[in-house]
Structures are given as structure tokens and as C-alpha cells.
Design a protein around this ligand. Structure first.
Ligand code: CP
Ligand code: NVA
Length: 304
């Protein structure tokens, strides 16, 4: 594994290895056992979109691993004034040990990896959010026993989260159902991947998708960059694509709920369900730190 560009690139074994390492690093972090595995290493963090969790967890994670992280807003970088990503990649490769990038086009992340010579980590694109889903899988393992026995249901927009949940969920052996409205389906590349799995279903009926689910997941109706479509999307999604009491009723009695955050209460999830499942949702947020530290150690750590 040289980069983390998308979960499609990872094998099941690589994902499980990252989750095992994340659990170990979580234990050490919680017990104040130092692990300076990246002493002297630097991570550049390029942000073309806003962030709370990704920025803070990567920066804190690098510090806890003995390294250093640089916050690079695209507003301040020359990339924001049109310097090609190919040149940015080659320049930053001379200074840094790794780059985390949050941007719009997946191609930009893939180009950084192609032209640079250091590990690239995708911190969210319009296509996918692999770091988030590694944290989600870590959280699922903490609450449930065996991926092979689980059904995960995603309700809402077929966006970056849907894409990564479908790929990650199927790769580790879960059944995955997705309920998305017509016109808001997951990416064709993801549906192509999922078509090889018997355990995958796509419907426009959230109640059918949630039936007997062990895990219910949702995300915002309008993602970053789609602010102009928010009203139109509200009309499409409202009243149907929401985790609420009725949906919980269709799932297993002990079903857990995940949300990558930020959440819009009253839209994709009700206040009642959100607060009733705050424990797993905020464990999920915490696990961003641990899962990403595992990614950093794996990609930036010395191979010796
Ligand atoms: N879930 C997530 O990626 O959060 P941020 O946008 O705050 O980084
Ligand atoms: N789908 C959301 C996820 C935010 C973490 C977005 O892209 O804005």
C-alpha cells in the first residue's frame, strides 16, 4: 500500500490490518503509552473544503506520533492561483513525507499520487471518503462481532460517503443495502464493483433497505460544493430519506447508528435518533484519530 486514494484500491486484508493497527494505537493513546513512530516526519494537509474532524484529527495524530503537520489552505497556496497540481506534487515531495488532501475532483488526488513521490491520503473528495469509512469500520467492530454476520444500510444521497461505505462494507464481508432516490445513486464505478456481490442491494425504499439491518448510516442531503442545490435536494429527500423511529423499527432491535458528521437534525436524521445513538456517533468521530494514525504509520512509517 503506497497511498490511500480510495478503498477500491485496498484488499480486505489491507483494510483489516489497518483496523487492527488502529485498535492498538487507540489502546496506547487512551493509556498514555507514547508511540513516536513518525518522529521527524512531516505531513502537509491541503484543504480546498472546510473541515473540523479531518483537520484536527490528522494534526493531533501527527503530533501524537512524534511528527508535525502543516495546514495548507488552498486559498493561500499557489494551487489556488492556478499552479498545476503536477508541479505542486513535485515541489511538496521535496519537503514533506506525506500529503493529506481534501478537494473536489478525485482526479486531483490521483494526479498528486502520480506526479509526486510521497504517500498521498484522500481526506475527502466528491467521489469518496476513505478515512471516514475506515473509522466507521473500526467503530462497527467495537459494537458488533463479526463483519460476515452483519447487514449495513445506508439511506440518503449516493454521495462520497455512500460510495466508500458500499465499497468498504462489501470488502470486509458485510451485506450492504443502499436506499437512494432516482437521480442520486452512488457512482457508476461503485455500482459496477458492487454488482459482483450478492449481498448488495440498491433501492429507492428506505424501509425495505433497513429491514433487519444491524447498522444504519446516513449523511447530509447536500454535500460541500452542492450548496446551490440544497433547496432542490430538500424537496427530493424530505419525508423519506431520513433515519427516524419508523426506520429504526424496520432494523434489528439492537441496530447501531452512524453519521460521519456534521449532521443536519430534522433532515437526514431526527434529533431523537441522533441523541439516542450519540455514543456510537461520537465514538465514530473519535475513531477518525485512531484509524488515520494507522494509515499514517502504514504509509509514512519506516519500512525497516
Ligand atoms: N466527517 C468529516 O470528515 O468531518 P469534517 O468535514 O469536519 O472533517
Ligand atoms: N458528504 C459530506 C461529507 C462530509 C464529511 C460532504 O462531502 O460534504
Amino acid at each position: 500500500m503506497k497511498h490511500l486514494l480510495k478503498l477500491l484500491d485496498l484488499s480486505k486484508e489491507e483494510i483489516i490490518e489497518l483496523l487492527d493497527l488502529a485498535d492498538k494505537l487507540k489502546y496506547e493513546t487512551r493509556n498514555h503509552i507514547p508511540h513516536p513512530l513518525l518522529a521527524g516526519k512531516t505531513l502537509g494537509m491541503i484543504f480546498q473544503k472546510a473541515s473540523t474532524r479531518t483537520r484536527v484529527s490528522f494534526e493531533t495524530g501527527m503530533y501524537q506520533l512524534g511528527g508535525h503537520a502543516l495546514f495548507l489552505s488552498s486559498n493561500d497556496l499557489q494551487i489556488g492561483r492556478g499552479e498545476p497540481v503536477q508541479d505542486t506534487a513535485r515541489v511538496l515531495s521535496r519537503y514533506l513525507d506525506g500529503i493529506m488532501i481534501r478537494t473536489f475532483a478525485q482526479k486531483e488526488v490521483e494526479d498528486l499520487a502520480q506526479y509526486g513521490s510521497i504517500p498521498i491520503i484522500n481526506g475527502l473528495t466528491d467521489f469518496c471518503h476513505p478515512c471516514q469509512v475506515l473509522a466507521d469500520l473500526q467503530t462497527i467492530r467495537e459494537y458488533k462481532v463479526d463483519f460476515d454476520q452483519l447487514k449495513m444500510c445506508y439511506v440518503g444521497d449516493g454521495n462520497n460517503m455512500a460510495n466508500s461505505l458500499i465499497v468498504g462494507g462489501l470488502k470486509v464481508g458485510m451485506q450492504v443495502s443502499a436506499a437512494c432516490p432516482e437521480g442520486y445513486h452512488p457512482d457508476p464505478q461503485v455500482l459496477q464493483f458492487a454488482s459482483a456481490y450478492q449481498g448488495f442491494t440498491l433501492t429507492d425504499d428506505p424501509i425495505a433497505a433497513a429491514k433487519n439491518a444491524d447498522i444504519l448510516v446516513t449523511d447530509v442531503w447536500a454535500s460541500m460544493g452542492q450548496e446551490g442545490e440544497a433547496e432542490k435536494r430538500r424537496q427530493v429527500f424530505a419525508g423519506k430519506y431520513q433515519i427516524n423511529a419508523a426506520l429504526m423499527g424496520a432494523a434489528k432491535k439492537d441496530a447501531m447508528v452512524l453519521h460521519c458528521l456534521p449532521a443536519h437534525r430534522g433532515e437526514e436524521i431526527t434529533e431523537e435518533v441522533f441523541e439516542g445513538h450519540a455514543a456510537s456517533i461520537f465514538d465514530e468521530a473519535e475513531n477518525r484519530l485512531h484509524a488515520q494514525k494507522a494509515v499514517l504509520v502504514k504509509l509514512l512509517g519506516s519500512k525497516a
